[in-house]
Design a protein around this ligand. Structure first.
Ligand SMILES: Nc1nc2c(ncn2[C@@H]2O[C@H](COP(=O)(O)OP(=O)(O)OP(=O)(O)O)[C@@H](O)[C@H]2O)c(=O)[nH]1
Ligand SMILES: [Mg+2]
Ligand SMILES: [Zn+2]
Length: 353
């Protein structure tokens, strides 16, 4: 297992995953990493393995139990069918765009999240905060990367605004096309590490990946002249391999990032507001008109930015709403799943009689 294990380590395999397998598992199954998710198929890789396998798994109804890019899967050694997803070290998910209340998995087993934005009109405080919440909730280190520093007059102003979003947050300004400029990102891209890139279309995620990997594997495209927006060049989440052995996960730019199940992440990113709320006279203070409200008085003295308070309220309300509707949906799916399974069991029993 050791020599096998060290090969797998090139793909991000660690003791965390190894400890989930017993000897039987290894005889019958092959651990592989999901490098891309296509409709109906998964691209998977492992030492000596690089292929497409069907994405359908038996008995899966819960949205979180479907394979995501970055997952470790056990394949049947004979049929190459996916058997089981190993427990994840981390998971990024969002409420899918549109009217459906579905959960969409973005990436699994990520060590670092590169939150990419540009030193121009794309830089958006509220959106960056959302990504920070997502990273903190998943227990992943976030790094805010501000691209197009070469085109901006005062890139440091963007960096300063980003640093105010969470105490101690890491911020780097770069020219994504220049090797020397992105060298500051190397510490997160070492052997066995997996980094996911999130940010709107056209900010330079694929450009960064190409510069870091030294290959032109990720497709990039000029942004539109008329509105400065990207064109959604990347359409599939895919892992790219670094020469030194790390993995970079390119993702399509997202128009909408609705958060759900992120209460802990919110508390972490907005720790300043949470601490103030703890000093309010009433423990159920809504920070509106109550006497002795520490949050309002911090806004009055200028210690807390009123906009930040407003953004926190909005995210907290959205979090509660989306988490509730997901819970309702899950309960409904579970009931349907049970009905379906017992119907199948009844049918099978009937067949045997
Ligand atoms: N001058 C300059 N141009 C950049 C920089 N980063 C990206 N670009 C350019 O911006 C355009 C869009 O970059 P992409 O890498 O395709 O953007 P993306 O984030 O992958 O976009 P999607 O795949 O649509 O989500 C390309 O023309 C890049 O060359 C930068 O730091 N400086
Ligand atoms: Mg791209
Ligand atoms: Zn209060």
């Amino acid at each position: 297992m050791t020599s096998h294990g060290s090969d797998l380590a090139d793909f991000g395999w660690t003791q965390f995953f190894a400890s989930q397998l017993d000897t039987d598992d290894l005889e019958q199954s092959l651990p592989v990493r999901v490098t891309a998710v296509h409709r109906g198929q998964l691209a998977v890789a492992a030492p000596g393995v690089d292929r497409l396998v069907p994405s359908r798994m038996a008995h899966v109804t819960d949205e979180e139990d479907f394979p995501a890019a970055g997952d470790w899967l056990l394949l049947d050694r004979k049929t190459f069918r996916p058997e089981r997803i190993l427990h994840r070290k981390s998971l990024f998910k969002r409420r899918a765009a549109g009217t459906g209340r579905k959960l969409q998995l973005i990436a699994a087993n990520i060590d670092t999240l590169f939150i990419v934005s540009s030193c121009n009109q794309d830089f958006n405080i509220a959106r960056t905060e959302r990504y920070l919440v997502l990273a903190r909730e998943a227990g992943v280190t976030p790094v805010i990367i501000l691209t197009k520093a070469d085109l901006a007059e005062a890139p440091e102003d963007f960096a300063a605004a980003a640093r105010r979003l969470q105490s101690g947050v890491l911020v780097e300004t770069v020219d994504a096309r220049a090797r020397e400029s992105v060298a500051c990102l190397a510490p997160w891209c070492t052997h066995g590490q997996t980094v996911a890139f999130l940010g709107s279309s056209g900010v330079g995620k694929s450009t960064l990946i190409n510069t870091l990997t030294g290959a032109g594997a990720a497709e990039t495209q000029d942004i539109r002249q008329d509105d400065g927006k990207g064109r959604h060049t990347t359409t599939v989440r895919a892992l790219h391999r670094l020469p030194q052995g790390g993995w970079l996960l390119d993702t399509p730019g997202m128009r909408e990032l609705q958060l759900a199940d992120v209460a802990a992440g919110l508390e972490d990113v907005f720790a300043d507001i949470v601490a103030l709320a703890g000093q309010c006279r009433f423990s159920d203070c809504l920070h509106e008109t109550e006497p002795g409200c520490a949050v309002r008085s911090a806004v009055d003295t200028g210690a807390l930015d009123a906009d930040r308070l407003r953004r926190w309220r909005k995210l907290a309300a959205e979090e509660v709403h989306n988490t509730q509707s997901l819970a309702e949906r899950r309960a409904r799916d579970r009931t349907l799943g049970k009905m379906y399974r017992s119907a199948v069991q009844r049918k099978n029993k009937g067949g045997q009689e």
